[in-house]
Design a protein around this ligand. Structure first.
Ligand code: ZN
Length: 384
């Protein structure tokens, strides 16, 4: 297998799930194996693509398709929830100037709550949408005319048409990112802006083992991809959106030659990637070792309805001991997950003494400390 960005043969495998089950970014179990490599040519971190990747996105990729308003929590500040869409719109407006008459295309847009919000804030902005599935059409119809939406292929008339193309959490799924970038570059006018956001595996380490994320972009590998497709990189930020890289690139009138990143830079990234992979290689055994310290009938609460919580649940020998899943997202509360109800922190049953914390270990302890409902409770915590 070769790097899908620079073509270098991939011979440094850093993670292999073996026979263990794989998890998708939607927190579902996938029968296939997860294998991750680091490229010593461009510092890209790349997973082996799922066999049935096209069918997976067309048929089973139900991201937030249940309702129009459903959204993910970005952060909770002083008890106030900030949703992901709201934050994405704020960062986009901060990074690029938008005005009436501008033509903007959200490429791989899904429901495109971000563009819907943006359109409402910028009168006259001509929003266009593209995705590889028809399933989101009913959402698009509520805020754009049908001719501004395209599925599977973009129309020929869109070539060279756009002032800006956006991509929110989409490039990480693509088995052929070079093809996507070539198409995006062709859709833009010279001088047009490509704005995007991808997961940052160094800040949100679970991204490493999500089986449907083929690409785990690093700062140099993302810059390489952009430059290889005729873009000037204006900004790659790892602080504008927690756990992600936000980039702004401009389409050059004339492409310039590109260089792979230096050996030292690649080496530093390869070592960091190995450390994250080692963490996940051992994490499942750590869950089981903790579980062995509990009596067979001890019930537990699982904190976190997202990926980290699903990882813990998937490794428990007795997942039926999960009495409830605790999550602050009101869209999830009341629904079943891992065979238990999702409840708010204040609804933790009084007889529960064990809390499995399914959160990013970088923030997990802080999040637990900040929950008023757990203060004064005597809980035995497990952290990833
Ligand atoms: Zn590479």
């Amino acid at each position: 297998m070769n790097c899908n960005l620079c073509g270098t043969p991939l011979d440094d495998k850093i993670y292999d799930s073996g026979n263990a089950k794989s998890l998708t970014s939607l927190c579902t179990v996938h029968a296939g194996r997860t294998q991750v490599y680091v490229c010593h040519g461009c510092a890209h971190v790349q997973s082996v693509a799922m066999d049935d990747i096209d069918a997976y996105y067309d048929d089973s990729y139900d991201i937030l398709v249940d309702s129009e308003e459903e959204d993910q929590i970005y952060e909770v500040v002083a008890g106030q929830k900030v949703y992901r869409t709201e934050h994405q719109v704020r960062v986009l407006r901060d990074k690029i100037a938008l005005s009436s008459g501008m033509k903007i295309l959200d490429y791989g847009c899904a429901k495109s709550a971000t563009m819907r919000t943006l359109a409402g804030l910028t009168p006259g902005l001509e929003v266009h949408l593209f995705d590889v599935s028809d399933r989101y059409r009913p959402f698009w119809d509520k805020f754009i005319p049908p001719e501004r939406g395209a599925t599977y292929e973009t129309p020929a008339a869109w070539t060279g048409r756009f002032d800006a193309v956006t991509s929110f959490f989409s490039l990480e799924h693509m088995a052929q990112p070079q093809d996507a970038l070539r198409k995006i570059a062709a859709l833009l006018k010279p001088g047009g802006i490509f704005y995007g956001i991808v997961p940052n595996v160094f800040a949100n380490t679970a991204d490493m083992i999500v089986v449907d994320h083929v690409n785990h972009f690093t700062r140099p590998s993302l810059a390489y991809l952009l430059r290889a497709n005729g873009f000037e990189v204006q900004d790659i930020s790892d602080s504008a959106h927690r756990g992600a890289l936000v980039f702004v690139a401009r389409k050059l009138a004339q492409p310039v030659g590109i260089q792979a990143p230096g050996r030292d830079e690649v080496q530093v990234i390869a070592e960091s990637a190995h450390a994250i992979a080692d963490f996940w290689q051992k994490a499942g055994s750590r869950v089981q070792a903790f579980e062995q310290t509990l009596a067979a009938d001890t019930p537990v609460a699982l904190y976190g309805a997202g990926f980290y919580g699903t990882f813990i649940a998937s490794w428990l020998k007795s997942p039926q001991r999960i009495r409830c899943v605790i999550d602050q997202n009101p869209f999830l509360q009341g629904h079943p997950l891992h065979g238990a109800p999702v409840v708010a922190p204040a609804d933790l049953p009084v007889d529960i003494g064990v809390m499995l914390v399914g959160l990013n270990p970088a923030h997990a302890r802080q999040v637990m400390d900040d929950i008023a409902a757990f203060a004064g409770r005597s809980l035995n915590y497990f952290y990833l």
